[in-house]
Design a protein around this ligand. Structure first.
Ligand code: ASP
Ligand code: MG
Length: 471
């Protein structure tokens, strides 16, 4: 059994959906048991959320406009992928019913001027409900028996709207009970990505870009032989090909390496996707739906036969470096604890932490947009320390970027860091802070945003990643 997940661009128009049908037909010929997971058509989630956010400010016209635009796009695509009149009518009625709910809720939001988190999640996930129905219809039109499923019947989550956490045990029960009988009759379930529901049945979402995560969750629940992420990139690469033209596709990487790369800016995969798959050892493949014959990347428990120490270098831009400094911090316990408690209370995610051993400076990286609120929260939380003089300043430095160098072969091999930083120095890039995870498969450092590309290119060259071939 395979789970095949198709992202927004891979279901973005009738032509892309026809390509999806070809891919599913080919996969099904190899293994008749296939579950399809889909994202909303490209741009739809943003449009839905943009419209309700405008509605909160009283702009009802934004809802009408989005309603008309979404209706036009989905019905136009429907007409292009479905031939039979009966199917067309039935589908149009289903899509219209969903779009009508969007309009009603949107008007309600404009009226009360408030967007409760659960209403926002329901709206955010509507694009997947529309695309799953369209895709199932397109498969049927091609003679492949398929049936659309809303994942709120399948993926059980907590009630953290906007970024819910799945209950994997409850999900396994629900998904098996619901989907196995369908699979046994030879039909293909087409499941909405991105959404789940609380045990009470209130729809939630798994966080932006969460359809990949849905595929991982369902793959684990159904004990799939593999999960394939069909996207618009060739797979995990040695670097972002827009920055480094000689970047190559990595044919095999480990879960740990993929996790680091997803976390540090490779936009190929939602970072949580692998979590449910790792304990079961289920492999994940990333493949390009525009070029289905290219091999893509296989992510599994092994690192592959690569001889390389370093495999990939990525960067994340748009970040801020927060520094808490003071000569009096030396030997004063609890400042780090207070700092990170305040950051957590402000709901801010920390991407990297570094402290010098002289202890008079603690710094960490966050999203640039969070810089001001984080700085303000720290000034407040450390008021006593400021007063006592042990903390002298809290600074936000931006824009900065993290450059992350990843490879399981770096573990226990001396001299890698020296090579990395000599390459960076040769490129004349100044390193602001450095961190290495104790897993030793990732060395990351902070540079001015404008210098990130030069650092990435220099490292890619120094380790000859463009010339790497699998053994
Ligand atoms: N449609 C959702 C989003 O845009 C989920 C996804 O595409 O993975 O965030
Ligand atoms: Mg995506």
């Amino acid at each position: 059994m395979q789970v095949l997940k198709f992202g927004g661009t891979s279901v973005g128009n009738a032509e892309r959906i026809r390509q999806l049908v070809l891919i599913v037909a080919a996969e099904r010929a190899r293994d008749p048991h296939v579950v399809v997971v889909v994202s909303a058509m490209a741009g739809v989630t943003n449009m839905l959320l943009g419209a309700v956010q405008a509605a909160v400010g009283g702009n009802v016209a934004a809802i009408d406009h989005a309603h008309a635009e979404l209706r036009r796009r989905h019905l136009e695509t429907l007409a292009q992928v479905v031939a039979s009149d009966a199917e067309h009518q039935a589908l149009q009625a289903q899509l219209d019913a969903l779009l009508e709910r969007f309009a009603r809720i949107g008007e309600g939001i404009a009226l009360v001027g408030e967007l409760p988190p659960r209403a926002q999640d329901f709206i955010a996930g509507l694009g997947e409900r529309l695309s799953a129905r369209l895709v199932a219809a397109a498969l049927r039109a091609d003679g492949i028996p398929a049936v659309a499923f809303d994942a709120d019947q399948l993926i059980v989550t907590d009630d953290m709207f906007g970024s819910a956490t799945p209950d994997l045990a409850a999900t396994a029960l629900a998904a098996r009970e619901c989907l196995r009988p369908v699979l046994e009759t030879g039909q293909i379930p087409v499941v909405t990505g991105f959404i789940g529901a609380t045990p009470e049945g209130i729809p939630t979402t798994l966080g932006r870009g969460g359809s990949d995560y849905s595929a991982g969750i369902l793959g684990a629940a159904l004990e799939a032989d593999g999960v394939v992420i069909w996207t618009d990139a060739d797979g995990f690469m040695t670097a972002d090909p827009r920055l480094v033209p000689t970047a190559q596709v990595l044919s095999e990487i480990s879960y740990a390496e993929a996790g680091e790369l997803a976390y540090y800016g490779a936009k190929v995969l939602h970072p949580k996707t692998l979590l449910p798959l790792i304990p079961k050892g289920i492999p994940l493949y990333v493949k390009n739906s525009f070029r289905p014959d290219s091999p893509g990347t296989c992510v599994s428990a092994t690192t592959g036969d690569w001889q390389a120490d370093v495999k990939s270098v990525t960067s994340i831009k748009g970040l801020a470096l927060i520094t808490v400094a003071g000569r009096g911090m030396l030997g004063v316990p609890g400042i780090a604890a207070k700092t990170f408690a305040a950051v957590a209370a402000a709901g801010v995610n920390v991407l990297l932490i570094s402290q010098s051993s002289s202890e008079n400076n603690l710094c960490f990286m966050i999203e640039g947009a969070d810089a001001e609120k984080t700085r303000a929260a720290l000034v407040k939380a450390l008021a006593v320390e400021f007063h006592q003089g042990c903390v002298e300043r809290v600074d936000a430095h931006q824009p900065v970027a993290i450059v992350a160098v990843v490879g399981a072969g770096m573990r226990g091999r001396p001299g890698i860091a020296a090579r990395i930083f000599s390459a960076v120095a040769t490129a004349n890039v100044n390193v602001i802070a450095i961190a290495q995870g104790s897993s030793e498969i990732n060395i990351s450092f902070v540079v001015a945003e404008g210098e990130a590309a030069a650092a990435v290119t220099a490292i890619h060259e120094r380790f000859e990643l463009g010339a790497m071939t699998s053994a």
